[in-house]
Design a protein around this ligand. Structure first.
Ligand code: ADP
Ligand code: ADP
Length: 227
């Protein structure tokens, strides 16, 4: 079953002389439960592609189907709903709220979803336990390590039980050992059936995925199966 399908996707920033062709026709599908890595040189369109998959940006042309639904026909509200309910984001810079404890950071997406407080707490605590932070629930982000902060961000991405996790350089701010620990967590989530799409510059990190898409000049130049 495919969860993502894009057809001849293009993205042009600006117009006329100043136009930048960030994506020049990307066609691919991602099956439910797949773990896909995206690699490629700086400026090859990786972030733009991830932003479109995350419904943060719209393509200039082409089609994007999410779970069979044509996203290009959705209005802003429809896109926001898809983004909030079906997609979990993990960023290089963690993007946690420093004054809120870990439980409050993780329950935030559920506030937008309108869940009652008790249910929110229960779910936030459960996912924090899942990522190995059951003993840190009421700490604040500045008082935990970078690897722990990224685990909190992963817990926040998981708490709405999204169909897809999108990760942009999730190990980019971590030392190598901590980066591999985070990848072991991604691998477990994949083995539990999650769909993960991750951008990385690091070939060793990419090898945790099943499939690597190599971007070049706004296109998928080649695809690699990881043994
Ligand atoms: P990557 O993530 O592979 O480094 P990006 O998707 O960030 O590539 O960028 C692809 C191209 O699009 C680059 O030339 C970049 O400068 C350009 N670009 C990306 N975002 C914008 C934007 N918001 N406005 C104008 N140009 C952009
Ligand atoms: P990455 O490190 O993932 O490649 P970039 O540094 O390319 O990310 O881009 C970071 C952010 O800046 C993205 O949101 C991207 O859309 C935006 N951006 C990139 N290039 C440009 C540009 N030339 N003009 C405006 N915004 C840009």
């Amino acid at each position: 079953e495919e969860v993502i399908r894009v057809e001849d996707l293009t993205k042009v920033y600006g117009r006329g002389e100043a136009a930048v062709h960030a994506l020049r026709g990307v066609t691919l599908t991602i099956a439910r439960g797949e773990f896909v890595a995206i690699m490629g040189p700086s400026g090859s369109g990786k972030s733009t592609f991830l932003s479109i998959l995350g419904c943060l940006e719209r393509p200039t042309s082409g089609k994007y189907y999410f779970a069979g639904r044509d996203t290009t026909s959705l209005d802003e509200e429809g896109l926001a709903e898809l983004r909030n309910r079906q997609i979990g984001f993990v960023f290089q810079a963690f993007n946690l709220l420093p004054r809120f404890d870990l439980v409050r950071n993780v329950e935030l997406p559920l506030i937008y979803a309108g869940l009652p407080r008790r249910e929110r707490r229960q779910k936030a605590v459960a996912v924090l336990e899942r990522v190995g932070l059951g003993h840190r629930l009421y700490n604040k982000p500045p008082n935990i390590s970078g690897g722990e902060q990224q685990r909190v961000a992963i817990a926040r991405a998981l708490v709405t039980d999204p169909a897809v996790i999108l990760a942009d350089e999730p190990t980019g701010n971590l030392d190598r050992r901590t980066g591999f620990e985070i990848m072991r967590l991604f691998k477990e989530l994949h083995e539990e059936g999650r769909t993960i799409v991750m951008v990385t510059h690091d070939p060793e990190i990419a090898r945790y995925a099943q499939r690597i898409l190599h971007f070049l000049d706004g296109k998928v130049e080649r695809e690699e199966r990881v043994e």
